[in-house]
Design a protein. Structure first.
Length: 357
């Protein structure tokens, strides 16, 4: 079965110079994929021709006359740039022409555009950004929210836990993934009132057999792999993500510097070359690129803005896998069963639609 993805080729720090080579490389490894490349048609066509892929049978170009820059305010992306590559790529998902969208563009703009075009799923107050962190068990730790919601109430964190659990179950094939609530300690008395109230909600779900709540976890548990899913607000999550990415690059630089210090350390590097390659692969943040925007009525994946071709290809792969494993359908079904009704959600569902943007 062919799965179609839409790619915002103009987003990110490098635009088509990164996104198109990544798309071509991805298609070499995935024969069941078809890609719609969205952006300035002349630029995309020229890049495809340069890479000798202008006649590729599983690529088509969708023209979009505008580009959302990394510095554009959300207002500009929503109201002034209605024909941006970002918006057109998301609209292809809404129209059913693509199963998922991938963009390296402005995170705030992508979330706002996706939320406006696709709307949130019934039962979800706020979409959340979920990504993968490596752990010492050589498996993934799914973590959310990573920056979409810096101020959260307990029911928001509760909803993130439900969505994270469903995503992990769908992508990793685990029926009852464990959920940890990020806190400053594992004891129930630790944390602020929001975290304590969230823990009570999750404990109630655990008692009813709806979720597999492990309890409070600390920052080091993320990389231990103590739980499958770690839940926090977007402020804490984004700081954690950026700090771990920075640490990974710092360790890479330190190892490179030390192994090149003198002939003896260079010999040691040569002897340990195989082990060092495996270490580099495990800690390479590029392999974990591609965060999902959970809670929308369609699949949208966010790549790092500064991603290179190798990293952006991983984001495309994650979007493809999510479409292949029918993540959206599973999210719709399970969220409908598990998601509690909140006053905020009830008000949104009964509100009169506003003016169009």
């Amino acid at each position: 079965m062919i799965i179609t993805l839409s790619i915002d080729c103009m987003g990110g720090d490098h635009g088509s110079a990164v996104t198109i080579p990544a798309a071509i490389s991805f298609l070499k490894h995935e024969p069941e994929a078809f890609l719609i490349l969205v952006g300035l048609e002349d630029e995309l066509s020229a890049e495809l021709k340069r890479l000798k892929a202008d006649t590729h049978p599983r690529i088509t170009v969708q023209h979009a006359s505008e580009v959302v820059t990394m510095d554009d305010p959300i207002e500009v992306a929503l109201r002034r740039k209605k024909d941006s590559s970002m918006r057109v790529a998301v609209e292809l998902v809404k129209d059913g022409k693509a199963k998922a969208c991938v963009s390296a563009g402005n995170t705030g703009a992508l979330m706002a555009v996706s939320r406006y075009v696709l709307k949130t799923m019934q039962g979800v107050d706020r979409p959340a950004i979920c990504s993968i962190m490596p752990n010492q068990k050589n498996g993934p730790t799914y973590m959310l929210d990573l920056g979409a919601n810096v101020d959260c109430e307990p029911h928001h964190l509760h909803q993130f836990a439900v969505m994270g659990s469903v995503l992990f179950s769908a992508m990793e094939g685990t029926a009852r993934p464990t959920i940890g609530l990020l806190n400053v300690g594992t004891e129930e008395i630790k944390g602020n009132e929001v975290v304590k109230a969230t823990a009570r909600l999750l404990q109630q779900d655990h008692a009813r057999g709806l979720l597999n709540f492990y309890g409070n976890v600390e920052g080091n548990d993320i990389f231990k792999g103590t739980t499958d899913v770690v839940v926090c607000d977007g402020f804490v999550g984004n700081v954690t993500l950026k700090a771990s990415e920075g640490l990974g690059r710092f360790m890479k630089d330190v190892l490179n510097t030390e192994f090149r210090r003198n002939p003896l350390t260079m010999l040691g590097a040569l002897i340990a070359r195989g082990a060092m390659r495996r270490i580099k692969d495990r800690f390479n943040p590029s392999r974990y690129n591609g965060a999902s925007l959970l809670g929308l009525r369609g699949l949208v994946f966010k790549s790092h803005g500064g991603a290179d071709s190798y990293s952006f290809e991983w984001a495309i792969k994650r979007a493809f896998d999510a479409a292949k494993y029918n993540v959206q359908e599973q999210l719709s079904t399970m969220i409908g069963e598990l998601m509690p009704c909140t006053p905020e959600r009830a008000a949104a569902d009964t509100a009169t639609p506003g003016s169009t943007i």
